[in-house]
Design a protein around this ligand. Structure first.
Ligand SMILES: Cc1cc2nc3c(=O)[nH]c(=O)nc-3n(C[C@H](O)[C@H](O)[C@H](O)COP(=O)(O)OP(=O)(O)OC[C@H]3O[C@@H](n4cnc5c(N)ncnc54)[C@H](O)[C@@H]3O)c2cc1C
Length: 434
C-alpha cells in the first residue's frame, strides 16, 4: 500500500506557481489532487490585486470589489475552499441607483424580462432613451453579442442611437465599472461579452450584484491558502522569485516539472524571456483604480448600499456599515484615469466628502479618511487587444492571470478562469507525455 502511494506520488508533477493572486490560487486548487504544488508569492499576504491591507491600524481592502452572479468559477472555488457565498456576499437583484441620474431596479427574472421590467419603471430616463436602450440590447442579443469588427465602445454606442444622457448616466459609468477603461478607447466587444453574461443571461441570478460582506482576504485568498496547506500544497508567502529559467524548469535554483507564471503582465515580462510575449505586451496600457475610505463618527444612511454619481469625482459610494457592519465607514470608488489623479490625497478626500455631504446632508462628522490608489489596477481593455495563450512557447511553461482570459476584461472571474485553464493545459500535456 505504502509502495503504491509512493509510486503515485512519483508520477505527480512538481509544479511551481508564481503568484498567489486569484489566478495562481485557482490554478493551485485545481492542481492540488494531481500535482505537488509550490506557490511563490512576493507579498506577505495572498490575494494580489484583491487583498486586505493594514493601514494605520485599519483593516481595509486594497480596493472595493464587486462580483456578479455570472462569476460561476469564482463562486465554485469559494465553496470548494469552504467559503459560503450566501454568508460572505450580499446578493442584490440588478439595480442602478444614481443620486443625479438614473434609478432602476430590475427584478430577479431571466433576460430580457428583468431589464424590460426595470426600464418600464426606471426614473431619470425619457421614453425615447428607454426604447433606444432596449433596441440596442435586442440588436446585440439577436447577433449573439458579436459586434463584428471591434471598435471603441463610445463611438459604437453613439452610432447605435444612444443619447448623451444615456452615455453620461448609464453607458460611461458601466464601462468604467466593468472595463476600467475610458469609454473612448474601451473595446465594445468586451463590453458586449460582459452584457451577454449578465444582462443577457437566461439565469436571472447571473445579473445579481454580489457585494462582499467580509474583507477580501477572508472572501477567498486566506481560506484558499489554508485549504491548499491542508491538501499538501507548499505556500511560500513573502518569497519573490527573481530567477526563472523556463527551459531548465528552475525557479530560483529549485527544479520543477512545470511552471505557471501567474503574475500581472508587467511582472511576467520581467520573469519570462519570450520575445513573442514581449512584443505583444509592448503596446499594452494600464489603468488605475482609486478607493477613498471615509470614516464618519456615526451611522451613514446612503440612498442605496451601492449608490452612483454621474457627475463628480466619486463614481460609486458603498455603505460598508450596511454590508459588513463597519460602523460609519463609506468607500468611494473612482475607476480609470481622470482629473482626480492630479489631486493630493487631502484634496481628494475633501472633494469626495463634499460631494457626499451635498447628497446626504445629515452626515455625521468625519473622523478620518484613507486613499488607496492602485496605479496599474488593470490592463486597459482597449479595442481589439490581442491576448496571449496560457501555453508559453517552451515545454511545461504556462501563464495565468486576468489578462489571459480573452473573453473578459480584467476581473476576478477572468483571473480564476485563466488559472483553471492553465492547470487544465498543464495536466493535459503531462498526461500525454507520461
Ligand atoms: C482597486 C481594484 C478594484 C477592482 N475591482 C474589481 C471588481 O470590482 N470586480 C472584479 O471582478 N475585479 C476587480 N478588480 C480586478 C481584480 O482584482 C483582478 O482582475 C484580479 O485580482 C487579478 O488577479 P490575478 O491573480 O490575475 O493577478 P494579481 O492579483 O496581480 O496576482 C499576481 C500575484 O503575483 C505576485 N507576484 C508578482 N511578481 C512575483 C514574483 N516575482 N514572485 C512571486 N510573486 C510575484 C503578486 O504579488 C500578486 O500577488 C479590481 C482591481 C483593483 C486593483
Amino acid at each position: 500500500m505504502e509502495d503504491l502511494e509512493l509510486r503515485l506520488q512519483a508520477v505527480k508533477p512538481r509544479v511551481a506557481i508564481i503568484g498567489a493572486g486569484w489566478a495562481g490560487l485557482a490554478a493551485a486548487i485545481e492542481l492540488a489532487d494531481a500535482a505537488n504544488v509550490v506557490v511563490f508569492e512576493a507579498g506577505r499576504v495572498p490575494g494580489g490585486r484583491a487583498r486586505s491591507v493594514e493601514l494605520d491600524g485599519m483593516r481595509l481592502d486594497n480596493g472595493q470589489h464587486i462580483l456578479i452572479g455570472a462569476y460561476r468559477e469564482c463562486l465554485r472555488l469559494m465553496r470548494k475552499v469552504g467559503v459560503d457565498p450566501q454568508q460572505t456576499l450580499a446578493a442584490q437583484p440588478l439595480a442602478w441607483q444614481q443620486i443625479d441620474g438614473i434609478s432602476m431596479r430590475c427584478p430577479d427574472w431571466p433576460a430580457p424580462w428583468h431589464l424590460l421590467a426595470g426600464l418600464l419603471v426606471a426614473n431619470g430616463l425619457r421614453w425615447r432613451d428607454k426604447l433606444a436602450m432596449l433596441r440596442l440590447l435586442t440588436w446585440l442579443r439577436v447577433r449573439r453579442w458579436q459586434i463584428g469588427q471591434d471598435v471603441a465602445a463610445q463611438r459604437w454606442l453613439q452610432q447605435h442611437g444612444q443619447s448623451e444622457r444615456l452615455l453620461q448616466c448609464f453607458w460611461s459609468p458601466l464601462i468604467l465599472a466593468t472595463l476600467n477603461t475610458p469609454p473612448a478607447q474601451a473595446s465594445m466587444q468586451l463590453l458586449a461579452n460582459v452584457l451577454r453574461d449578465s444582462l443577457g443571461s437566461s439565469r436571472g441570478e447571473d445579473s445579481r450584484l454580489l457585494l462582499p460582506r467580509v474583507d477580501l482576504g477572508a472572501l477567498f485568498a486566506a481560506p484558499a491558502v489554508q485549504w491548499l496547506a491542508a491538501h499538501g500544497g507548499d505556500i511560500r508567502l513573502g518569497k519573490r522569485v527573481t530567477a526563472l529559467d523556463l527551459t531548465a524548469q528552475m525557479v530560483d535554483g529549485e527544479s520543477f516539472d512545470a511552471i505557471i507564471v501567474a503574475t500581472a503582465p508587467y511582472h511576467a515580462l520581467r520573469l519570462v524571456n519570450a520575445p513573442a510575449l514581449t512584443n505583444l505586451l509592448k503596446a499594452w496600457q494600464y489603468q488605475p483604480i482609486t478607493t477613498v475610505y471615509l470614516q464618519f463618527a456615526g451611522r451613514v444612511t446612503l440612498p442605496a448600499v451601492m449608490t452612483g454619481q454621474a457627475q463628480g469625482l466619486g463614481q460609486w459610494w458603498f455603505d460598508r456599515e450596511a454590508l459588513s457592519g463597519e460602523a460609519g465607514l463609506v468607500s468611494v470608488v473612482i475607476s480609470a484615469e481622470g482629473a482626480h489623479d492630479n489631486l493630493t490625497h487631502d484634496a481628494l478626500l475633501a472633494q469626495v466628502e463634499q460631494e457626499l455631504r451635498r447628497a446626504v446632508p445629515d452626515l455625521p462628522s468625519l473622523l478620518g479618511g484613507r486613499v488607496i490608489t492602485e496605479r496599474r489596477a488593470t490592463f486597459a481593455a482597449n479595442v481589439a487587444l490581442p491576448r496571449p495563450d496560457v501555453r508559453l512557447p517552451v515545454k511545461s511553461g504556462y501563464l495565468a492571470g486576468d489578462w489571459l482570459c480573452a473573453d473578459y476584461p480584467a476581473t476576478l472571474e477572468g483571473a480564476v478562469r485563466s488559472g483553471i485553464a492553465a492547470a487544465g493545459a498543464l495536466m493535459q500535456d503531462w498526461t500525454t507525455r507520461t
